[in-house]
Design a protein around this ligand. Sequence first.
Ligand SMILES: Nc1ncnc2c1ncn2[C@@H]1O[C@H](COP(=O)(O)OP(=O)(O)OP(=O)(O)O)[C@@H](O)[C@H]1O
Ligand SMILES: [Mg+2]
Length: 295
Amino acid sequence: MFDQNDPQPTRSGRLTEAERIRLARLREDAYTADLELPEGTDRWSTWPDAEQGPHPRPSWLVTDLAAADTELGVLKTGKEADVFVIERAVPGGPTCLLAAKRYRAAEHRLFHRDAGYLEGRRMNKSREGRAIANRTSFGRNLIAEQWAAAEFKALSRLWSVGAPVPYPAQRDGTELLLEYLHSSGQAAPRLAQTRPDASELRELWEQLVAALELFALQGLAHGDLSAYNVLVHEGQLMVIDLPQVVDLVANPTGREYLARDIANIGRWFISRGLPPEIADTESLMTHLLVTAGLD
Ligand SMILES: Nc1ncnc2c1ncn2[C@@H]1O[C@H](COP(=O)(O)OP(=O)(O)OP(=O)(O)O)[C@@H](O)[C@H]1O
Ligand SMILES: [Mg+2]
């Protein structure tokens, strides 16, 4: 029985507050409820409404409904997407850092990417198809959303087979939230920005070959591989930027994309001093085609 003399549970404790927020967000009226965002944060966690990343989910990922997101800074702005660092945190509780890649509904989106992707889709007669074809602002937004969805799908598939890609935490519309690859908050450098010595260079090449083997086992080529779309995170090579991933079996020009990927990245390794007999792009191509079951 409730006894008036018992001490009342504190309502101002931080965990109690987080629990109150979590419960309020579970209610139907969660978004209209007069829930005040924790001070200094930008929005409630978008996790509950997003397409969520594959299992098993990494233990560092904050999935709590009481979490809120804060933008900490910008990593890169570009024509097609902007990348920000955000912190997702429960007041007084767990916190994680994420890279938010936001696709733009840009006028100047690289046409070749759209053309290749849209070719295979049967939406030309629909309202969406017409909007895309006419590049209305609604259509441009749909294109941006399709790129985000394509990248999320590719990352999820590759992460699930152990390929070195950041964990895709979620996709919500045109925004992807990815594992932020960093050391003490500092973003992992692009391969192009690194100056590996001879033995590091050889080690990175071996990691690259292993990564491409995992791609090929899935029947995939990156499609835009370069020393700018590979990061080096604490000695580990990580592949990013995958919206245009190419299906080697279904796409008649798949082999050409694979050959171009290998040539691009091979050139970088050779320019940095890796002996061409090690960075042997021709035998790598043959090896990857066999791995993909295509030769
Ligand atoms: N998960 C991540 N962790 C750390 N940094 C990241 C991550 N994802 C992206 N970045 C940074 O943001 C940059 C842009 O990301 P990405 O290449 O995916 O986008 P993009 O707009 O398609 O780029 P671009 O058009 O320049 O190739 C990367 O070069 C990298 O520096
Ligand atoms: Mg890129």
